[in-house]
Design a protein around this ligand. Structure first.
Ligand SMILES: C[S@@+](CC[C@H](N)C(=O)[O-])C[C@H]1O[C@@H](n2cnc3c(N)ncnc32)[C@H](O)[C@@H]1O
Ligand code: SF4
Length: 401
């Protein structure tokens, strides 16, 4: 990219007063099963009509936690997140066992954030109090749309009414809850989206995840899209919907703190912040990823994705890892940028320099500033502007090159 070349413009007006505090340590637990597979979804989620041997899986989770803690002992756990798949299909007793074992091997901070993802069906809402008793203190619900026809088109098995009932149960069982919506759906207009967002804001406790529909490879939606039977908004229409999202949420006091996540101040998802701030996290369960700091090196770990194959590997060896790579400094620095620039708070360039062993390229920053895609904050942080967010991948690629 060419453009403004005056690199003096990118010097912070004053040095940051302090480096960012350590992001903390997180544990992610992946439950890979769902009652049905949504046609847009490419998460590691599977349907097992014959049922799942939950007790056997839980024993494997326990073993994998023990093995991981043996590698990184002595950590204080800031956050735990049960994701999926649909972890709300687990029995509360299974969640309790997993939480107890995490607390047995590591120290769980007294104020730890412990989240479970849930589908908003009545069956799952019935378990919310059980999850609460097990120690969960936050729930993230996949509401997806406030429109029954849109829910059906997304292949969801719940109605708006059912989702609202699940939100009400979440509200009574948990102090903190969030829900997900998918926008930029086929033929969705800005006026419709504004109305849906209004309903979401009325129902929220302070956190919303708002995802633009993406057509993922090897999903039924991709086949439909290729066959010309699924028309998603073009770039300009998607941009308009994105702008409606930002304006409506800003006005409601729920600004974006990350590309797709909005919260009232102080109600951000602390677990995901650990990823985006490039903290340390352990991944437990089929297909889970981790970043572990061992003897001065950062390891990128990934577990076998297929649930039953993962189960056999854990049963024979104590963990299900198929990848365990020590990352070079350059790779870590790229990851730090990729994650950190998703955040509205941006990154501390000094931390980049520490990780990479070299500073960011000021002339590239100046170029991107010339295009209005990034900016330096008064306290010396680098962040992507609102115009830069839709082209975030290109911005990161440019800075990382
Ligand atoms: C693992 S899923 C959520 C958990 C739960 N199984 C559910 O569906 O309610 C995480 C979220 O990713 C979002 N998501 C999944 N696939 C998507 C896609 N292709 N485009 C946009 N958002 C997507 C959905 O909002 C979903 O709630
Ligand atoms: S969106 Fe949620 S319920 Fe649907 S297949 Fe993906 S993980 Fe399962």
């Amino acid at each position: 990219m060419s453009g403004v070349k005056d690199s003096s413009r990118v010097r912070p007006s004053r040095e940051p007063e302090r480096a960012d505090p350590p992001p903390g340590f997180a544990v992610y637990v992946h439950w890979p099963f769902c009652l049905s597979k949504c046609p847009y979804c490419d998460f590691n989620s599977h349907v097992r009509h014959g049922g799942v041997d939950e007790a056997r899986f839980v024993r494997a989770y326990v073993a994998e936690i023990a093995t991981t803690a043996g590698r990184i002992p002595g950590r204080t756990v800031s956050t735990i997140f049960f994701g999926g798949g649909t972890p709300s299909l687990m029995q509360p007793a299974s969640v309790a066992t997993i939480l107890d074992v995490i607390a047995q091997y590591w120290t769980v901070a007294p104020d730890a954030e412990i989240t479970i993802e849930a589908n908003p069906t009545s069956v799952e809402a019935e378990r919310f109090r059980g999850f609460r008793s097990a120690g969960v203190n936050r729930v993230s619900l996949g509401v997806q749309a406030f429109d029954d026809a849109a829910l059906a088109a997304l292949g969801r098995t719940h109605s708006v009414e059912e989702a609202l009932a699940a939100v009400a149960v979440a509200r009574s069982a948990f102090e903190r809850y969030s829900f997900d919506l998918i926008y930029a759906r086929p033929s969705q207009t800005p006026a419709q989206w504004r109305a849906e967002l209004g309903r979401a804001i009325a129902e929220t406790a302070g956190h919303l995840s708002l995802y633009q529909l993406t057509v993922e490879p090897d999903t039924p939606f991709e086949a439909l899209h290729r066959a010309g039977k699924l028309a998603i908004p073009d770039e300009a229409a998607a941009r308009e919907l994105y702008d409606v999202t930002q304006e409506t949420c800003d006005r409601a006091g729920l600004p974006a703190y990350e590309v797709s996540n909005h919260a009232r101040r102080g109600d951000e998802c602390r677990h995901n912040l650990i990823y985006w701030r490039y903290g340390e996290y352990a991944g437990i369960g089929p297909g889970a990823h981790g970043r572990l700091d061992v003897a001065g090196k950062r390891y990128a770990t990934a577990a076998e994705k297929r649930p039953e194959a993962w189960l056999s590997i854990v049963e024979s060896r104590g963990d299900g890892l198929v990848d365990n790579e020590a990352l070079q400094r350059a790779a870590q620095a790229d990851e730090f940028l990729l994650m950190g620039l998703r955040l509205t708070e941006g990154i501390d360039p000094r931390r980049y320099a520490e990780i990479a062993g070299r500073p960011l390229d000021l002339s590239r920053i100046a170029d991107l500033m010339g295009y209005g895609l990034v900016e330096m904050t008064p306290d010396g942080r680098l962040r992507v502007t609102r115009s830069g967010v839709p082209v975030l991948d290109a911005v990161v690629a440019d800075l990382a090159a």
